[in-house]
Design a protein around this ligand. Structure first.
Ligand code: ADP
Ligand code: MG
Length: 243
């Protein structure tokens, strides 16, 4: 499902080069549910950006659901993301002037889901809201929902088109512990029901323990530690010596 080979990513900051990722090899199988852990600054978000085609690697190869991302141009990557990736972020990013149902409707791929009429579309969204315990909240604005409820709406929005891979970047980072645990269980259940591959960044070891597979990014990233400018300079000179 996901195969990473020889992946390297660096950022250029004020003239110096910061190496962020150096992942010789990593795989995630179809339907696997993985908690991606590691300290702040260890490259977790950057890795998700690369997997979703938002960012490009400097070297190496990412194959996602049979698609080699390096072969796609920008508009092909946009289409890849629309059909293959569901993305859940820490701060839900719901549109404040739209109701829960409308926030989901704008993400809906009607053709793919075979939704012919407005009526069947409405029923379809309401069924999803029911699955996440929000049946009676469809017409509420985000501001009328708790943070946990807003994240449920965002989860439906990310999953409703049944993308083969769901990425979530600290999706419960701004929620209290109890809400975080119930939302994580919900994500696991929904992904399992849909046969989706799930990759969730979290730095909460309790939440990570709910996943069948846990991966500390430092075990696969040779630069698996927060980077200081000094360390970056050392790395660069070592690379230069090797070259
Ligand atoms: P994590 O999600 O594990 O906290 P990130 O992937 O967000 O880590 O960031 C990894 C490192 O890359 C950090 O040192 C961060 O400052 C740096 N970084 C991320 N994005 C950029 C960017 N666009 N330009 C420069 N440095 C960046
Ligand atoms: Mg991050």
């Amino acid at each position: 499902m996901l195969t990473i080979t020889g992946l390297k990513k660096q950022f250029r900051v004020q003239g110096s080069v910061l190496p962020i990722l150096d992942v010789p090899s990593w795989q995630v199988n179809q339907g696997e549910q993985v908690a991606l852990t590691g300290p702040s600054g260890s490259g977790k978000s950057t890795l998700l950006h690369l997997i979703s085609g938002i960012a490009l690697p400097d070297e190496g190869c990412l194959e996602v659901n049979g698609v080699e991302l390096g072969r796609l141009n920008e508009s092909e990557r946009d289409r890849f993301r629309a059909s293959f990736i569901g993305y859940v972020l820490q701060d839900f990013h719901l549109l404040p002037s739209l109701t829960a149902r409308q926030n989901i409707a704008i993400a809906l791929n009607r053709k793919r889901l075979g939704l012919a009429s407005g009526k069947s579309e409405k029923r379809f969204i309401l069924e999803w809201l029911d699955r996440v315990g929000l049946a009676d909240r469809a017409d509420h604005l985000p501001g009328q929902l708790s943070r946990g409820q807003q994240q449920r709406v965002a989860i439906v929005r990310a999953l409703i088109n049944q993308p083969p891979i769901v990425l979530a970047d600290e999706p419960t980072g701004s929620l209290d512990a109890e809400t975080a645990a119930s939302l994580t269980s919900l994500l696991l259940e929904l992904a399992q029901a849909g046969g989706q591959t799930l990759l969730v960044v979290t730095h909460d070891t309790g939440l990570a323990s709910l996943f069948p597979r846990r991966q500390d990014i430092r075990e696969v990233n040779r630069i698996g530690r927060p980077i200081s400018p000094r360390a970056a300079a050392d790395y660069a000179s070592r690379e230069a010596t090797l070259a």
